[in-house]
Design a protein around this ligand. Structure first.
Ligand code: BTN
Length: 179
């Protein structure tokens, strides 16, 4: 990997870590708060593509496994990967890879709706679905209830996707993020 690509990967990891400094917003229904880090995760996929974006998210998650307090609210350590949010964390890696693949497939499209759907389906729908599976498996909560409680995240996550489309449009014009 070129030095420029490694810098872009490191920059994206830094963005995800900084977004973790925004305090979590509890929703009450389930032990999963509203966070802003998933905005950075979606941004990694759409600006860096699956290979570099996936690497940025993988390295970020490895630092978390190693105990770095980089998740929202300062949590970290291997235990979070068997906790109530484990499904979302796995979903973050899967969604980055899929958003990146989508970006490669629809590279020529400048239509914002195409970009919105490319990000929203894996970044919101799939990620919240995998999160519900994790909640069901870890907390023993009824799967239907886990799924329904995740509907609370959809409006906020959808606004994050709109922000990601706007931010990515500007970032990809910078030499660091240009292919
Ligand atoms: C963690 O910090 O352990 C992960 C938190 C995961 C929160 C998920 S991400 C998708 C959904 N949207 C949110 O704002 N919160 C949940």
């Amino acid at each position: 990997m070129k030095a420029k690509d490694m810098t872009a990967v490191a920059m994206m990891m830094a963005i995800v870590i900084v977004l973790g400094l925004v305090p979590p917003i509890p929703i009450g229904l389930i032990p999963v708060p509203i966070v802003f880090q998933n905005l950075g995760i979606m941004l990694a996929g759409i600006t860096l593509g699956s290979r570099k974006g996936g690497l940025a998210v993988l390295l970020f998650l490895l630092l978390v496994v190693m105990g770095m307090p980089f998740l929202t609210g300062g949590s970290g350590g291997a235990s979070v990967f068997v906790g109530p949010t484990a499904g979302y964390l796995l979903g973050w890696l899967v969604s980055t890879l899929l958003i990146g693949l989508g970006r490669q497939r629809f590279r020529e499209s400048s239509n914002w709706l195409v970009k919105f759907v490319l990000i929203w389906v894996p970044g919101v729908l799939l990620s919240d679905f995998l999160g519900s599976i994790g909640l069901f498996m870890v907390t023993g909560m009824n799967f239907r209830a886990a799924l329904l409680s995740n509907l609370a995240f959809i409006p906020g996550d959808t606004i994050k996707v709109l922000l990601v489309v706007m931010i990515a449009d500007r970032l990809i014009k910078l030499p660091l993020f240009r292919n």
